[in-house]
Each structure stands twice: as structure tokens, then as C-alpha cells.
Design a protein around this ligand. Structure first.
Ligand code: PRT
Ligand code: ZN
Length: 210
């Protein structure tokens, strides 16, 4: 019998809720922080613990059959996977924000301006759709401090409570996308019986929470 593999985040914002969801599905496994792979003792499944950025490609390429990851990461990596189920946690939105002392009031004013982000693909598509041509500066982290350092005029980053923007003197200006954790599968995997069974278990856990 085939053993499925599901990739979840090793550590970070989605790890705990992903583990909790799988445990609530009745899956029995050890959540060792040190191991990258954990067998499930009562279901033909192995859990792979990965950086979230790697999960979409692992699933696209079939190294993992399933994955739990933020929609923002899937969109940014532009992979071909099946969206199987929204999971209701890890909610956030990708927003453009500007310094609170700025005079920018309309999207057109971002023409020719520098926007720092770790999401150049999603931001690029959004600006193109709106007919805006900005200078997208891709940086790998601490996006919020970039305007204060004079590195950009605006930022595009994930926001949940808004506290980080506020404490860096930034105000949200435009919503680029909203995101939450989703269950993804390799294209066509939804036709497999084991995948179907897992999806049904996940859906009943989610229904019980409603
Ligand atoms: O190590 P690894 O690469 O796996 O993790 P990571 O550091 O890339 O990601 P991580 O753990 O920070 O986030 C994982 C996922 O959680 C993201 O891809 C989103 O789908 C989701 N998520 C939900 C968030 C947030 N909320 C969030 N607030 N991801 C990041 N943030 C950051 C944001 O970038 C900003 O720095 O939190 C800060 C803003 O938070 P607030 O509450 O101050 O608005
Ligand atoms: Zn990451």
C-alpha cells in the first residue's frame, strides 16, 4: 500500500496549527523538532517538516503528495498544484503601506516610486493589472524598516494585526491579496482514495470547529 507524504512548516507561524490539525484528524505521530520526517503510526502517511517556501515545489514535483502552506507562498512561487481545502488559520493580507507622513493618496502616485517587498511576483502582477509602473525592490526580510532607511518609498508586506506597520510609522494603503493556510496537493492527487480520506477527516475537524 502506498504511503502518502504531507509537507508542513517545520517552525514558524503555521507549524503549531498544522500539527494540531493533523493530530485532531486522529493521526498519531511524534512532533520531534529535530527530525525532518515523522511517520504516522495509524495511517499510511509521513510528515515532512520543511521551510514553508519549499513546500509548493515539493508538492508540484510530487516529492510530497500534500502540503499545508499560506496562499501567499503558493502565488509567489507560481507552481501548478491543486487547492484542496482552505484551513481557516494563518490569515493575513498582503498590503502596500506607506510612511504615515507621506502625501500619497492614490495608487497612480506609486508610479516611478520604489516599493520594497519579499513578494515581487505577486506585487508585480498587481501593479501591472492596475497599470502602475513602480520600481520593485526585492529584499529578503525586515521590509518594514526600508522606508525609514531611505531604501524605498513604500513597502508591500504581510499584515495581520497591523502592529508592525504602526510601530514603523507606516499606514496600509492598498490590499494586494488576502491569504490563509490551505491544503494543496499534487495535480490529480485528489483522485486518490487515501488523499480523499485525509481531506474528509480534515473537513470534519473544520466543521466541528464552526
Ligand atoms: O522559516 P520559514 O521560511 O518556514 O518561515 P517564514 O519566516 O518564511 O514564515 P512565517 O513563519 O513568518 O509565516 C508563515 C506564513 O504565515 C506566511 O507565509 C503567511 O501565510 C502566514 N502569516 C500570517 C504571516 C503573518 N500572518 C504575519 N503577520 N506571515 C508573516 N507575518 C509577518 C509579516 O511579514 C510582518 O513582518 O508578521 C509581521 C506583521 O505582523 P503584524 O501582526 O504586526 O501585522
Ligand atoms: Zn519562508
Amino acid at each position: 500500500m502506498k504511503t502518502l507524504k504531507i509537507a508542513i512548516q517545520k517552525s514558524g507561524r503555521l507549524n503549531e496549527k498544522s500539527v494540531e490539525l493533523l493530530k485532531n484528524c486522529g493521526l498519531n505521530f511524534e512532533n520531534y523538532k529535530s527530525s525532518l520526517i515523522s511517520p504516522v503510526s495509524n495511517f499510511p502517511l509521513e510528515i515532512l517538516f520543511l521551510r514553508d517556501d519549499d513546500i509548493p515545489e515539493y508538492v508540484q514535483d510530487g516529492i510530497a503528495d500534500l502540503g499545508i502552506v499560506g496562499e501567499n507562498v503558493i502565488q509567489e512561487t507560481e507552481v501548478e498544484v491543486s487547492y484542496l481545502q482552505k484551513l481557516g488559520f494563518g490569515k493575513c493580507s498582503l498590503k502596500i503601506a506607506v510612511p504615515n507622513n507621506n502625501s500619497i493618496t492614490a495608487l497612480e502616485q506609486l508610479n516611478g516610486k520604489a516599493i520594497a517587498t519579499t513578494y515581487p511576483v505577486i506585487l508585480g502582477k498587481y501593479l501591472k493589472e492596475k497599470g502602475i509602473s513602480s520600481d520593485i525592490r526585492t529584499i529578503s526580510g525586515s521590509v518594514e524598516i526600508s522606508p525609514g532607511l531611505g531604501l524605498s518609498d513604500a513597502i508591500c508586506d504581510l499584515v495581520s494585526t497591523g502592529g508592525t506597520l504602526k510601530s514603523n510609522g507606516l499606514v496600509p494603503f492598498a490590499d494586494v491579496m488576502s491569504s490563509e493556510a490551505v491544503l494543496i496537493g499534487q495535480k490529480g492527487s485528489e483522485n486518490e482514495d487515501l488523499v480523499q480520506e485525509l481531506i474528509q477527516r480534515i473537513q470534519s475537524v473544520l466543521r466541528a470547529k464552526e
